[in-house]
Ligand binder design. Structure first.
Ligand code: SER
Length: 895
């Protein structure tokens, strides 16, 4: 049975039962919480909630639905579609559970020649919400379903809501058993591939509030009336009635698969699972994209536009991975239109627009992929040239991050060139990027979480940045914000949480491109001349509006006032040194390491810079020195610094370096230092000539995640101060060592060597002393009971290991008669190590070192253990040593 027929039978069935047929709503409804319409009931929400009176008590529809949270499941399972058609019947305070079950059951099981779907009743199962005994009874009574084909399930499966506040209720789902070839027995609870859900009956009776998951939300209370909302998955029913393996092979999707199979070198269903998944992704996504564009969405970088872009790009990648080399979008859209237009005529009437948008996105993305392929070729060449066979994780990451290459594409291309890929490195970078994005998002959230307060000002136009030419500008206050709230005035004695001034023009550089914001002051002019504020930070809002974060130190600022904004010239000078220094180090790095040292981020502030770049492995001393030298030579050459604006393509053609992953406008600013030496796209502030940067001293080089290295440096006076400090340190060393500074290293090496020798000698002497002590101790053996006993305090500073050596020595000297040796000493840090040894003859008398060590250690708060022949322990408090020895003697005396 064809899909169009399935839809028709559904609508007819319910229209015959007194329902009004309502057309599908657009997939975009005016609810900011809902990205896309995800169920048939969405357009009826106001009726369920009792906010509006429904014009009918019964309705039926086939709704276009988009669900993208499971996008990664598409093509892998047999049943996930990002677009699907939900056929539904709705009762607004009319029939309830019994009617819903009855209507569904008859349509499903009525023979096909009587207008039904003709499903075998023996293969149908139902689930109900945990305590819904009423539904269980109805399934038995109305449908004759035996109890063993009715399962109770929890909130996650059988309690329906839109995922956001709105109507909700317990549900009952109908499943079809596809048979043992699809998985284990046991009903839907056991396997949802074998038992496939086809219809969900929701007993809509409550209103839900906010929540965190399907199972965790507040129930606000009952709805004004009890309602029914059902949803039958048209694609799933088609899959069963057409007896195909999965929803992607049904009559409306299969033509897309067939189309692509005609273009790709490897066909569909040829035993290659990955390929088959790609075919299904293309089929599913093409249709979804056409529908979304049809309802008015264009590709973009956020919200619905982003979902669309993602779908289109996934299609293109999947086609690439299937080995299709030509553009596919045009034919895909045509095929989707032909299949779907009988039910969705808008796809035909609006085809030109849909087609144009989809194809334009493909063209743009293919350009990106082409540049990515060039980068890949270069990286592969470099990898091979260096004798390696593994493409670095950072290359794979750049390809992914900047050019949208999924890892699997890179893996395939690498395999074709005889390379493998450092997947672990890639994943490390991905994880790191996610961490960064999260931290960024958290930071941004704090700063400008709610743009709506700034919306008027953003719309009114950008702040004019005057800071390339002057450090002091007169400007007008366009807006004042305290903690994100707009206020007309702010004074120095008012509460000052996050005060921001928005000006029409400003010389203050707002943090961007790695350069941190300028510091300086804003002072009142004319009437408000007493007002003064220190600028502590400047951030851009929506990229166009400069928000000056200030501390108001005196007077008050009023919206509309004229003020004077003045950047601290020393600060700015330092900032330009830092930023130009960054460009110099970047250029030097590429000169020394080659073009693979791609910038991955930077930060500069007065006197300091850091530069991150993609590179595998640490730099050696030689490379570091060279980078420093090339940089300082270029400083000394006193290159002129030019900046100019030009077209993006032109700038790139000149060889200007752009930061990967950055979105540049069509007109870009280029900063050039010394002609070809350094050419970068950059909006920052710079010195006029390179000598103004002053000396550049590299502090160090380190790793910041796999495949990314960081160079840190001082510039200008800070660089000098750093060197001066090092010089002073060296002078101090030379003077304490009493040698000229160039002899310090040799002197230190010599000292270290002598120290080692002395320590060795010391050890040797300590042991010799101890041995002598052992001999004495043996000589001083006493007889207690039947054993000869040496129980002694040894010289201070001994460790347990020293004692162990000694105890062995002493025991050796005592001969084969029964003997016990117990030594104790005052160790380091107030510890008291002790050791007991018992020779075999004494063990024959029943003495055990591991028993004796206990009374021995107790007076020094020590615990010990070991074996019958040797035991040791450690305590604290040397004051107890005599008592310990006495305790041991007493113990032995008793034996
Ligand atoms: N709203 C329910 C669902 O989407 C039934 O239509 O499953």
């Amino acid at each position: 049975m064809q899909t169009h027929e399935i839809r028709k039978r559904f609508l007819d069935h319910f229209v015959n039962a007194g329902h009004t047929e309502v057309p599908s709503a657009s997939v975009i409804l005016d609810d900011p919480n809902l990205l896309f319409v995800n169920a048939g009931m969405v357009q009826f929400v106001p009726y369920f909630l009792g906010q509006q009176t429904p014009p009918w008590n019964r309705a039926t529809s086939v709704q276009k639905c988009i669900r993208t949270p499971d996008i990664d499941e598409v093509g892998i399972t047999t049943r996930h579609n990002t677009f699907f058609q939900m056929a539904g019947n709705f009762s607004f305070g009319d029939y309830f559970k019994k009617g819903a079950i009855e209507f569904a059951w008859t349509l499903l099981t009525n023979p096909q020649d009587q207008g039904g779907y003709g499903f075998d009743p023996e293969r149908l199962w139902a689930t109900v919400y945990l305590d819904d005994d009423e539904a269980i009874a109805l399934w038995q009574e109305v449908a004759g379903l035996p109890l063993d084909r009715i399962q109770r399930r929890g909130m996650a499966d059988n309690y329906w809501s839109m995922g956001i506040p709105g109507p909700c209720g317990p549900s009952s789902e109908i499943y079809y058993d596809r048979g043992p070839e699809y998985g284990v027995e046991g009903g839907p609870e056991a396997n949802e591939d074998r038992y496939i859900e086809i219809w969900n009956l929701v007993f809509m009776q409550n209103e839900r509030g906010q929540g965190t998951s399907k199972e965790d939300f507040e129930i606000l209370g009952p709805l004004p009336r009890k309602n029914i909302d059902t949803g039958m998955g048209v694609e799933r029913v088609a899959c069963l009635l057409q007896d195909v393996d999965n929803v992607y092979e049904t009559d409306l999707l299969r033509p897309v698969i067939d189309l692509v199979a005609g273009l790709a070198p490897r066909g569909y269903g040829q035993g290659n699972h990955d390929d088959d998944v790609r075919y299904r992704i293309i089929a599913d996504h093409s249709r979804t994209a056409a529908i979304i564009i049809g309802d008015g969405v264009s590709p973009g970088n956020e919200g619905r536009g982003y979902v669309l872009r993602r779908l289109l790009r996934r299609i293109i990648r999947a086609a690439k991975l299937l080995g299709v080399d030509q553009p596919v979008m045009s034919e895909l859209m045509t095929t989707v239109r032909d299949a779907m237009a009988p039910s969705y005529p808008e796809l035909a009437t609006d085809f030109d627009r849909i087609h144009r948008i989809a194809v334009a996105e493909e063209t743009a993305f293919n350009r990106t992929l082409a540049s990515g392929s060039r980068l890949f070729d270069e990286a592969a060449r470099a990898t091979k040239a260096s004798g390696a066979s593994v493409l670095s994780g950072s290359d794979a990451f750049t390809l992914h991050d900047t050019y949208g290459f999924p890892l699997e594409l890179t893996l395939e291309m690498a395999a074709e060139s005889g390379l493998s890929v450092d997947e672990e490195g890639f994943r490390g970078l991905m994880a790191e990027q996610r961490r960064r994005a999260k931290a960024d998002a958290a930071a941004r959230k704090q700063a400008h979480s709610d743009l709506s307060a700034y919306r008027d000002l953003v719309d009114a136009g950008p702040t004019e940045f005057t800071g390339f030419n002057e450090l002091t500008s007169e400007a007008k206050i366009l807006g004042i914000f305290v903690d994100g709230q707009r206020v007309p005035v702010v004074s120095h004695d008012a509460r000052q949480d996050r005060v921001e001034l928005i000006l029409d023009r400003t010389p203050f550089y707002a943090e961007s491109g790695g350069q941190i914001a300028d510091e300086g002051a804003i002072t009142g002019a004319g009437a408000s001349s007493a007002a003064k504020a220190a600028v502590t930070d400047v951030q851009k809002i929506a990229k166009t509006l400069w928000a000056h974060r200030v501390n108001v130190e005196s007077g008050e600022f009023v919206e509309g006032d004229t003020i004077v904004a003045a950047v601290d010239p020393r600060w700015r000078h330092g900032a330009t040194q830092g930023h130009s220094g960054t460009h110099m180090v970047h250029a030097a790095l590429r000169q020394v390491l080659g073009p693979n040292a791609v910038q991955a981020g930077s930060l500069n502030r007065p006197g300091y810079l850091r530069f991150d770049f993609n590179w595998q492995g640490a730099l050696n001393d030689d490379q570091r020195t060279q980078i420093e030298e090339v940089t300082n030579e270029a400083v000394e050459a006193d290159f002129e610094v030019h900046s100019f604006t030009t077209g993006l393509e032109k700038a790139k053609a000149m060889g200007a370096m752009a930061l990967f992953g950055e979105n540049y406008p069509d007109e870009v600013r280029v900063v050039e230092i010394g002609g070809p030496f350094s050419l970068e796209l950059c909006g920052g502030t710079h010195v006029r000539s390179s000598a103004q940067i002053g000396p550049v001293t590299i502090l160090g080089e380190s790793s910041v995640g796999s495949g990314v290295r960081r160079v840190e440096a001082y510039v200008g006076l800070d660089s000098f101060r750093h060197l001066a400090k090092e010089r002073a340190l060296m002078a101090g060393l030379a003077s304490s060592l009493k040698v000229p500074s160039e002899e310090v290293p040799a002197r230190v090496a010599n000292l270290v060597e002598r120290l080692r020798a002395a320590e060795k000698e010391l050890d040797r002497m300590r042991l010799a002393n101890a041995r002598a002590a052992a001999a004495n101790a043996a000589a001083g053996a006493e007889v207690l009971g039947k054993v000869r006993v040496v129980a002694q305090r040894m010289a201070g500073g001994m460790s347990a290991a020293d004692l162990r050596t000694l105890v062995g020595d002493v025991r050796g000297k005592l001969g084969s008669d029964p003997a016990v040796v117990a030594l104790i000493a005052e160790g380091d840090n107030d510890t008291v190590p002790f050791v007991v040894a018992v020779n075999p003859a004494a063990q024959d008398l029943g003495l055990r070192a591991n028993d004796l060590v206990k009374p021995f250690g107790a007076p020094v708060n020590g615990r010990g253990g070991g074996k019958a022949d040797l035991a040791q322990g450690s305590g604290k408090g040397a004051a107890g040593i005599d008592a310990a020895l006495a305790a041991l003697r007493a113990e032995l005396g008793r034996s």
